[in-house]
Design a protein around this ligand. Sequence first.
Ligand SMILES: Cc1ncc(COP(=O)(O)O)c(C=O)c1O
Length: 389
Amino acid sequence: MEYSVAKRTESFQESVIRKMTRVCQQYGGINLAQGFPEKSAPEEVIQAALQAIQGGNNQYSITWGLPALREAVSQKVSRFNLNGRRPDPEKEVTITCGSSEAIVASLLALVNPGEQVIIFEPYYENYLPGLALCGAAPLFVPLRGPEWAIDMKALNKAFSRNPKALILNTPANPSGKVFLREELEIIARLCLKHGTYVITDEIYEHIIYDGLKHVSIASLPGMWERTATINGCSKTYSVTGWRVGYVIAPYGLMSAIRKVHDYMVVAAPTPFQIAAITAMALPDSYYWDMGEHYREQRDFLLQIFQELSMPVLRPSGAYYMMIRIDGLGYDNDEALAMALVEKAGLAVVPGSSFYHRPEDGRDKVRICFAKSWETLHQVKERMEKFLRS
Ligand SMILES: Cc1ncc(COP(=O)(O)O)c(C=O)c1O
């Protein structure tokens, strides 16, 4: 039987990260490919979810999200992101099924078929399928390692085509780049000049190192009106399976985003929205401690890779690390990734999956280091053994 499926699905492949996860399971390996944290969720947040379920909160919630959670999100966002601006919980906050849904819903709501959208690369792998679903065309702007500096010539060229939107991700996956205020100001100026919207994915906002500060582009002058800010509970509270995210935007954009959200998913899971209210109320010290935890893990791995003479692109945020593989004796990133999982039981992501021209990422692989200390010590042993073999 020959099936005739929609053309929009043809441009994207199976997720490389999920493929590596499956291969990892086959070999009973350690999964450094997928970005879920091994750190447990805060106890009070888990208890809040259990009580919510036992208390009978198991039906649909209001499509835009529980009012108390929208209020809590509004307060948290004004505390950390918007220089005190309080988005209106009634009109400017929507709770989504993870930030993944928020990204696709925002793209579908803002971008028409044939319109162009700027993406920095290396990019998080969900962005391109999101554009494919809209029938939109990506305009790639390279971030150049080791500093992941924006290629300004490419940025100006991309803006000269009057793109409809720009996808920003800070701190970024997979590079660990944290966009500095000066860089965001340049991007903001260009967006204002060309009438471009920004969809900014800030899911790693609290995982940031070396004294750097997270800046939300929506807080820059003139940018609130043209920005959809996306975030969620997955990484910050170690609950990737709960699927609670949110999007903040002015009502002119939000009214369209809500329509897509409503018909795509109806609502985010009710009991986990209730637990998220408890999460949002955690004190500043929670975020500080979490940042410190990941900084220690980053530094532990930086030290290990230095001892193993494996060059690493030092991340300034998020919990991923890109490792240079030239000099390890493998033809390319995929060959090394397969050898690592087969011989050492370590699943990593081939770097080529983060670039539209695979050759640009052939010299690196990505690992996720949001693991238990025990796992990280095993990584050290397994990597040593692999390099000796
Ligand atoms: C940059 C980025 N955005 C979004 C997501 C997805 O987050 P969520 O679980 O909220 O859908 C991830 C997950 O790895 C990510 O790395």
